[in-house]
Design a protein around this ligand. Structure first.
Ligand code: DGL
Length: 280
């Protein structure tokens, strides 16, 4: 009886999702849509964004602090909803914690492999993600014949944060970044940065309809569901729900984060709390 209750409490615990800032909300959004029973604790490292231009050591240190914070909120599993942190820190931090953890790169790479027909995949992401060649590593584990062409698009992140999702300036930047990939004849393009799914229509305009765009956020949500079920941690709605279902924490500028979140999430956030992440 006691064991069953403990398991029910565990199933009712939230999933921790973190990113360098607002980008990971694209992953949280997919979790909300595909697993409406799950509770979420989201952390956006808005004081230390961007991660994309920082070193591996720094990203590992930041990720460890965030995980320590999320553990204080009693999370049952963690999603590293940041491509750069998935590329640089996931392997390391996986060894250090006992709860299930997954990143966004492996799910994205898997879909891209299934989608490509001419075995030429493009990956756009931050400088860190592209430099790490993490997508190439996963893709070629499945099929060594697939060619992966990476392209860093550092200006995309500030353009999204500025809200310039449909803007001639963004169109021009996309044209400059992506024409090279288009010329290389890729038939699949991974949106390998959490912000990029918000620029999907801009990217589509440049790449054309014949290129499949892969959004790792959706596949990550599906993999999270599988992982929770495999560990008997999926929330079946059997326990009483106390407290806020979705909780948001940031390391800076809580109001700006809230505004952005409310523009992309399927519901309105009431509170976002600022915390001192360096204390963890
Ligand atoms: N969240 C980061 C990623 O997916 C993009 C923003 C940043 O550079 O921190 O790689």
């Amino acid at each position: 009886m006691e064991k069953k209750k403990n398991q029910m409490d565990l199933r009712n615990a939230p999933v921790g999702i973190f990113d360098s800032g607002v980008g990971g909300l694209t992953v949280a959004r997919e979790v909300m849509r595909n697993m409406p029973q799950e509770r979420i604790v989201y952390f956006g490292d808005t004081a230390r964004v961007p991660y994309g231009s920082k070193s591996k050591e720094t990203i590992i240190r930041y990720s460890r602090q965030i995980i320590r914070f999320l553990m204080t909120r009693g999370v049952k599993a963690i999603v590293v909803a940041c491509n750069t942190a998935s590329a640089f820190a996931l392997e390391e931090i996986k060894k250090e914690i006992e709860i299930p953890i997954l990143g966004v790169v492996q799910p994205g790479a898997k879909v891209a492999c299934a989608a490509t027909k001419n075995k030429k995949i493009g990956v756009i992401g931050t400088e860190g993600t592209v430099r790490s060649q993490i997508y190439t590593k996963f893709v070629q584990q499945w099929d060594p014949e697939i060619q992966v062409i990476g392209k860093a698009c550092p200006l995309f992140v500030p353009l999204v944060e500025e809200g310039w999702l449909k803007d001639p300036v963004t169109d021009e930047v996309a044209q400059r970044y992506l024409s090279e990939l288009k010329e290389k004849g890729i038939d699949t393009l991974v949106l390998g940065c959490t912000h990029y799914p918000l620029l999907r229509s801009t990217v589509r305009k440049v790449m054309g309809d014949e290129v499949t765009l892969v959004n790792p956020a959706y596949e990550t949500a599906l993999e999270l569901r599988e992982l929770l079920c495999a560990n008997e941690l999926d929330n079946r709605g059997e326990s009483e729900q106390n407290g806020e279902k979705y909780q948001f924490f940031v390391s800076d500028a809580a109001d700006k984060f809230k505004q952005f979140a409310n523009s992309i999430l399927p519901y309105d956030i009431e509170t976002t709390k600022q915390i001192q992440i360096e204390e963890f």
